[in-house]
Design a protein around this ligand. Structure first.
Ligand SMILES: NC(=O)c1ccc[n+]([C@@H]2O[C@H](COP(=O)([O-])OP(=O)(O)OC[C@H]3O[C@@H](n4cnc5c(N)ncnc54)[C@H](OP(=O)(O)O)[C@@H]3O)[C@@H](O)[C@H]2O)c1
Length: 252
């Protein structure tokens, strides 16, 4: 498969960051791209710029998603919409648990179940799931629910390949580390502060880097499925081991 074998794509979380960059890139490759997010105004701006088809839909609204998918045929599905939260399980609210599971995991499963049967029937398609290094590693500062949902995205990507055995439908999981997007600004409720704290002094990945990674896996030959791609900034590593010392040492 290559871009010339596909006609259409659907990208969730298309109003900013990795999703918007991916819409720009896939439109430039000549695909008809359906762009999904909640912010209608931003989607309209992206449509004016790229020619994509804007769909202001909350991916957590399964009925709205189903109506959308009923009306279109999709060759490349990019499950990218995602949210995070501050804190860990010690201070997570019930609303945060539900929202993260709904957007990061339940919506991905629903979209996949709605789109993939058509791909299997046509014997043509590519599902690209954006997970996170949080789905593969534990590290301080991560939100436990976010980590769990992204691990779920890893697991469903693995099993989806088994479900599609023998079909020309590829499944790729892309697991990014830090990308300079609005994700931390949304967490803090302050984009400028997030820029200062998380990006100004670091060579983070840029959204275009991930869009290029997506373009690479889509354009790979039909015989080649990039099943898993972990993408980190060169200056960021995952590793470390913590061991809390006893409060009362046994030796003096
Ligand atoms: N940036 C990083 O460092 C990083 C690292 C690892 C993984 N990721 C993953 O990369 C993906 C993209 O995030 P990003 O970094 O590009 O952040 P971003 O700029 O905050 O983009 C998130 C996108 O998701 C959309 N979205 C959120 N809730 C939605 C909902 N209920 N329905 C529809 N769309 C929704 C947002 O649009 P609306 O607000 O308009 O709905 C936005 O377009 C996420 O899955 C994230 O977990 C990011």
């Amino acid at each position: 498969m290559a871009f010339s074998d596909y006609r259409t794509a659907l990208v969730t979380g298309a109003s900013s960051g990795i999703g918007a960059a991916t819409v720009r890139r896939l439109c430039a490759e000549g695909l008809t791209v359906h762009a999904v997010a909640r912010n209608a105004e931003r989607l309209e701006e992206l449509a004016a710029e790229t020619g994509c088809k804007p769909h202001p839909v909350d991916v957590g609204d399964s009925a709205a998603v189903e109506r959308l998918i009923d009306a279109i045929e999709i060759d490349v599905l990019v499950n990218n919409a995602g949210q995070s939260r501050r804190g860990n399980i010690l201070d997570t609210t019930p609303e945060d648990v539900d929202a993260l599971v709904d957007i990061n995991l339940r919506a991905v499963l629903h979209l996949t179940r709605l789109v993939v049967p058509g791909m299997a029937q046509r014997n043509r398609g590519h599902v690209i799931n954006i997970s996170s290094i949080a789905g593969h590693y534990a590290f301080p500062g991560g939100n436990t629910v976010y980590h769990a949902t992204k691990a779920g995205v890893h697991s469903l990507s693995q099993q989806l390949r088994v479900d599609l055995f023998g079909k020309n439908v590829r499944v790729t999981e892309i697991s990014p580390a830090r990308v300079e997007t609005e994700v931390f600004g949304r967490l803090l409720g302050d984009l400028a502060e997030a820029k200062r704290r998380f990006f100004d002094d670091y060579d983070s990945l840029q959204p275009e880097d991930l869009a290029n990674a997506i373009a690479f896996v889509v354009d790979a030959p039909a015989r080649m499925n990039v099943a898993f791609m972990e993408v980190l900034p060169t200056q960021q590593v995952v590793g470390g081991l913590n061991f809390a010392q006893r409060k009362t040492p046994t030796t003096s």
